[in-house]
Write a protein that binds this ligand. Structure first.
Ligand code: AHR
Length: 515
């Protein structure tokens, strides 16, 4: 057995004998400490990322007013409705790598005034610029989502970025405010989060950290908005180059000019960028390697927080995981970074969300990559059709955790072992919802065995549960079978003060104990 607490959900290298039993015999006892809250799970932990890439923006979200696909002001009604049900708290836009190629003036004005360009970041595809500043801010506003803007440090200028912020936020007689009004928007919008540069170690310019730190300091000093300043996020590192962040943070002005630094971490089934692994039809070896990679998020956050703590940045300087998720090999001929999404993606999403809950007091926002059609998407579209992915269902099941208070948990997880590797089979997080109910999210990462858990009932006679599982490791929704992987609802009765439930193999469950 692995001692697995929410304070130490780490991969074990211990070898364990593989049991031939389909259901584990022992019951795992879960302890939840209601009296020692970790902190508020900021809704933005459930943030999204919308990059101009593949068929995400065009086809996936934006079809234009003249399309036969039902839309409102050019935004697909079906996709909008599905996104609305996720209570999306924040959206990052317009990239990613694409942010460093984006020129905002190409995407404002009447439809015939938009400047068609080529998306040089992602395969030289046409970029009609029909979806621009107005379309993004209006979409976010309609969804009730905060906005996270990534300005163009790579091929843009500080003047261009400064004008963009004024166009978006200015009131009064400013010529840029008047231009915005002439383009159909009277009131300014709010920029809640701002990043200057993206992956500056790579696609953002292959910069040395000290050079980027100087550029960041210059831009952060001079970029202003009317009204409250956005939360300013320094572009940091990925999991393999943590020293890069360390050196950026050595710049003496970072604590004053930044509110936090980002980290990016993608889960590749094989761990190899040259051959990442397939979305479907993969062997159990890749189920295991995917999950053992993804739970490294825990140590990545821990290491990055240690780097932050080793600098004098003030208590309100946070860590932002503004890109994370599954990245597999695309199918031959498919649009850039489009990929299927299976119950494995759902398990990956839930394992990471459980980790983020543990760091509720230090990680106020994460942005899964990405929202529609691209990488670990919520939604896939094909012409007028739309399906919800298993990852969508996890985000929908976890909605009550937005704004809830994370609680410490303690339990001995049973092992899941395969091919000489062992990880904890069970991952669990708990929180108190805003109405006082107890929320529990639990993952069974075991590819083939069910596990039993016993939870404190907190005085209740029963609890309601929603469980998502799939018939195989690559169970997924398709346009022919859109509900193959969908949550089922059940009630669990309490006996002797405990709620006992079976976690199906490859499953994610969310329980609510009414108080
Ligand atoms: O999410 C896809 C790409 O991954 C982003 O554009 C980039 O920031 C990262 O490398």
């Amino acid at each position: 057995m692995l001692r697995n607490t929410i304070a130490a959900f780490a991969m074990s290298t211990a070898l364990a004998a593989v049991s031939a039993l389909a259901v584990a015999s022992a019951q795992t006892d879960i302890e939840i400490d209601r009296d020692a809250p970790i902190g508020t799970i900021q809704p933005e932990v459930y943030g999204q990322f919308l990059e101009h890439l593949g068929t995400q923006v065009y086809d996936g979200i934006w079809v234009g007013e003249d399309s036969d696909i039902p839309n409102t002001d050019g935004i697909r009604d079906d996709v909008y409705g599905a996104l609305d049900r996720l209570d999306i708290p924040v959206i990052r836009w317009p990239g990613g790598c694409y942010a460093d190629m984006y020129h905002w003036r190409d995407g404002i004005g009447a439809p015939e005034e938009r400047t068609p360009r080529v998306n040089m970041s992602w395969g030289g595809t046409p970029e009609p610029n029909g979806f621009g500043t107005h379309e993004f801010f209006n979409l976010a506003e309609k969804l009730g989502a905060k906005t996270y803007l990534n300005v163009n440090l790579g091929t843009g200028t500080i003047t261009e970025a400064s004008d963009w912020l004024e166009y978006i936020t200015a009131t009064g007689e400013s010529a840029l405010a008047q231009e915005r009004r002439a383009n159909g928007r009277d009131e300014p919008w709010t920029i809640d989060y701002l990043s200057i540069g993206n992956e500056t170690w790579g696609c953002g310019g292959n910069m040395r950290p000290a050079y980027y730190a100087d550029l960041y300091a210059q831009w952060a000093t001079l970029l202003k908005v009317e009204g409250e300043m956005p939360v300013r996020i320094i572009s940091g590192s990925h999991e393999g180059n943590m020293d890069y962040s360390d050196e950026i943070l050595d710049h003496p002005a970072m604590g004053d000019l930044g509110d936090g630094i980002s980290v990016h971490f993608y889960t590749l089934p094989t761990g190899d960028w040259g051959k990442k692994g397939d979305a479907l039809g993969f062997p159990e070896d890749e189920w295991m390697s995917t999950l053992s990679h993804t739970i490294k998020m825990d140590t990545i956050i821990e290491d990055k927080l240690a780097i932050i703590d080793s600098h004098d940045l003030g208590e309100d300087f946070h860590l932002y995981v503004d890109e994370w998720g599954m990245w597999v090999d695309g199918e031959e001929g498919a649009p850039a970074l489009n990929q299927q999404n299976t119950i494995r993606d759902a398990v990956v999403a839930a394992l990471n969300l459980n980790i983020f809950h543990k760091y509720a007091d230090r990680v106020p926002m994460t942005n899964i990559a990405q929202m529609v059609n691209v990488l670990q998407a919520m939604i896939l579209t094909d012409g007028p059709e739309m399906i919800l992915t298993p990852t969508y269902h996890v985000y929908e099941m976890y909605v009550p955790f937005q704004g809830a208070t994370a609680l410490p948990v303690d339990f001995d997880s049973p092992d899941y072992s395969h091919g000489g590797e062992t990880i904890p089979a069970v991952s669990l997080s708990a929180a108190i919802a805003e109405n006082g109910d107890i929320l529990i999210a639990v993952v069974n990462a075991d590819a083939s065995k069910a596990h039993e858990i016993a939870l404190p009932a907190f005085g209740a006679d029963s609890a309601s549960v929603r469980q998502l599982t799939g018939a195989s490791m690559d169970a997924h929704n398709s346009f022919d079978d859109p509900e193959a992987v969908s949550p089922v609802e059940m009630d669990v009765s309490a006996t002797r003060g405990k709620l006992r439930m079976t976690l199906e193999p490859r499953s994610v469950s969310v329980m609510r104990i009414a108080q």
